[in-house]
Design a protein around this ligand. Structure first.
Ligand SMILES: *Cc1c(COP(=O)(O)O)cnc(C)c1O
Length: 389
């Protein structure tokens, strides 16, 4: 055997479908083209200054230089619990129903190790954030994919899950407001998920990264607001998108105490918690002045309106999203998702994400992230209008 022969779990990784577009992007950049990157879901806006100041204060206190508590600082967990009460009307015990995470991706990626045995099934949406499927595979589980289709408003059809699969399933992942489709879920859908989970003995993992990024007064729901939800599930949350803190690596999971305990047990054997100074900054983010969130929403609302109108004028078919900073746009007749992404890249210098990269039912769509200033978005619209598709 080769010394560096990779483990089966790495060999079995699904192909990275953005490889081709990444390679083409590098080639176009090498030619010196002025690229407008609407590909990545990473806020371009800086972290608000009062949060940075809180970090600066905390970093100068030697008490914060030591190993943090594995499950999170008491103050951070209390802050999260209090916020859940105020924002969603959900009661949480900060000791047993909250755990801090090194970004929600970390928690989502580790969760299956606590609840999935080799051969167990996880119900995974598609198209989706890739971590749900890959974390399942790393735990030795099998993903059963639930297609998110436009005719179902991008909600999974629970009745389409075969009984034999439902009885083997241990975990279900859902994510609303949704990346990449920008769809939102109503409490009725969440209620059906609770019922389904109870009937089949399934842990529900709701990825709630975008609940605070919503427009026109719409307020997304927490899964945990639903009667009985805490008996079957937990919710992953993040400061990344709400406070432009993707680089800081802080998030949290909340919900069923047994689920939180299982996740915490995995984590305490792998990592040693979140740098306390970052948790102090997190407390300031959640408890401090929220006008930065309001401003963030205003910025994305203006960008969304500009881009939705521009794309519609250019002949594209799309809905104006109620939440998230993504547009999920239909590919025009005669193109595949990757064909269109390649055409836009090579003929206009605009990077978009082909929908099939998030899973096969994403074919026929592409995703735009509103992570560029309005002048750049206007420029992108001008360039798109100048070519004939
Ligand atoms: C951005 C994002 C996250 C957040 O990841 P962090 O690790 O908290 O930065 C989680 N889920 C989805 C669907 C996302 O798009």
């Amino acid at each position: 055997m080769e010394i560096f022969e990779k483990a089966e779990r790495l060999k079995k990784l699904p192909p990275y479908l953005f490889k081709e577009i990444d390679r083409k992007k590098a080639a176009v950049m090498a030619k010196g083209v002025d690229i407008i990157d609407l590909g990545v879901g990473d806020p371009d806006l800086p972290t608000p200054p009062h949060i940075i100041e809180a970090l600066n204060r905390a970093v100068n206190d030697p008490a914060n230089h030591r190993y943090p508590s594995y499950s999170g600082m008491g103050g951070f967990k209390e802050t999260v619990a209090q916020w859940y009460g105020e924002r969603f009307g959900v009661d949480l015990d900060p000791q047993t129903e909250v755990v801090s995470l090194i970004g929600s991706k970390e928690g989502i990626a580790h969760f299956p190790l606590a609840f999935i045995n080799p051969g167990d099934v996880a119900l995974v949406p598609t198209p989706a954030y890739p971590v749900y499927n890959i974390a399942t595979l790393f735990a030795g589980g099998e993903s059963f994919f639930m297609p998110l289709l436009s005719e179902n408003r991008f909600l999974p059809d629970l009745d389409a899950i075969p009984n034999e699969i439902a009885s083997r399933a241990r975990v279900m992942f859902i994510n609303y407001p949704n990346n990449p489709t920008s769809a939102v879920a109503d409490p009725e859908f969440f209620s059906r998920v609770v019922e389904f989970a109870k009937e089949n003995g399934i842990v529900v993992c709701h990825d709630a990264a975008y609940t605070e990024m919503a427009f026109d007064g719409y307020r997304p729901h927490s899964f945990l607001e639903i009667e009985g939800a805490k008996e079957v599930g937990l919710e992953f949350h993040s400061l990344s998108k709400t406070y432009n803190m993707t680089g800081w690596r802080i998030g949290f999971a909340v919900g069923n105490p047994e689920a939180i305990e299982g996740l915490g047990a995995i984590k305490s054997n792998i990592d040693s918690g979140v740098f306390q100074a970052v948790q102090m900054a997190g407390i300031e983010a959640i408890r401090g002045d929220q006008s930065c969130v309001k401003e963030m929403i205003e910025v994305y609302t203006r960008r969304r309106d500009l881009m939705v109108k521009g794309l519609a004028d250019a002949g594209f078919e799309l809905e104006s999203p109620k939440a998230t900073f993504y547009l999920w746009v239909k590919v025009p007749e005669g193109y595949t998702s990757s064909g269109l992404a390649t055409r836009l890249l090579e003929d206009t210098g605009i990077v978009v994400t082909p929908g099939n990269g998030f899973g096969e039912p994403g074919e026929g769509f592409f995703r735009i992230a509103l992570t560029q200033k309005r002048e750049r978005l206007s420029e992108a619209i001008e360039r798109i209008k100048a070519i004939s598709l």
